[in-house]
Design a protein. Structure first.
Length: 292
């Protein structure tokens, strides 16, 4: 059993596809498939059910994924620790971030981190808060910037800042000139929201339901920018975090108290030991982003 076989196995388990795993590992699919077959032969049985829709872990594969992840993590930790003996002159850290957040926070964070640690590579992954929480627990990333929807067992987090939510309306909407609105005044409106599965979608839906609104969702998107463009085109209304406000486009209106908000946090595995590079990035995030 070799370390690259474990990496290939974990990549297939993560992507659900031999083709996707080969692309992410930068190897040919036949080579990756051959190595997985060797691993299965050594372990005495199939690790994946192969089908037209991709590859799914067998019961044997599910059991092995936990141990394979631990083994790779231990080897990577040993490698990082050796690298870090030279004072972070080398190394890497993987950081997850939200689609509703990355473009607004990452430039400032990464600029500050690069200035302090120019030889440490930061690998970025964008996903929803629940997905990032799962990625942390599976040792696929080291740190994540999440909102409260990503919290759960096995996750430890410190708050960066809290930001209020605002209503985004088409500029010609009858309510667009108001200084403040209660969410109840959006009853009967057509909503454009992030797709189900995004943590921010859950935050907005819960805020609307608390105001007695079961939103009629007419369009959904994985991108907050697309949501705002559709609002700008007059196709509906939405609720956005304050940081994504645009200087031109939709009209933004403050939500009257009780004003809903979201909290952004820097998260890691509970009781986990961070590498020096991860610790440095976490401390940079707490220093640079704590002002919102």
């Amino acid at each position: 059993m070799e370390i690259h076989q474990l990496r290939y196995f974990l990549a297939v388990a993560r992507t659900g596809s031999f083709t996707g795993a080969a692309e992410s590992c930068h190897v040919s699919q036949p080579s990756l498939s051959a190595q997985i077959a060797k691993l299965e032969n050594e372990l005495g049985g199939p690790l994946f059910d192969r089908g037209r829709r991709g590859a799914r872990l067998t019961e044997r594969g599910e059991l092995f994924r936990v141990r394979a992840g631990e083994a790779v993590r231990q080897l990577e930790t040993a490698r990082r620790e050796l690298d870090e003996l030279s004072g972070l002159s080398r190394g890497s850290v993987s950081l997850g971030c939200l689609p509703t957040t990355g473009a607004y926070l990452l430039p400032r964070l990464l600029r500050a981190f690069l200035d302090a640690h120019p030889h440490v590579h930061v690998d970025l992954q964008e996903a929803s808060s629940p997905q990032l929480g799962s990625a942390l627990r599976r040792f696929e990333i080291d740190l994540a910037i999440i909102d409260e929807a990503g919290l759960g067992p096995g996750i430890e987090a410190r708050a960066l800042f809290r930001e209020p939510l605002e209503i985004a309306l088409p500029a010609a909407h009858p309510l667009a000139r108001r200084r403040a609105l209660s969410l109840t005044e959006l009853s009967g409106e057509r909503f454009i929201l992030m797709k189900s599965g995004h943590g921010y979608r859950r935050i907005v839906t819960e805020a609307l339901q608390a105001a007695g609104i079961e939103p009629e969702v007419v369009y959904e998107s994985d991108e907050i920018e697309t949501v705002q463009r559709l609002v700008e085109a007059g196709l509906g209304v939405t609720v956005v975090p304050r940081m994504v406000r645009k200087s031109e486009g939709p009209a933004y209106v403050t939500i009257s108290p009780p004003t809903p908000s979201r909290t952004l946090l820097i998260a890691q595995r509970e009781a986990g030991t961070l590498s020096a590079a991860s610790e440095a990035l976490r401390n940079t995030a707490l220093r640079v982003l704590a002002t919102g």
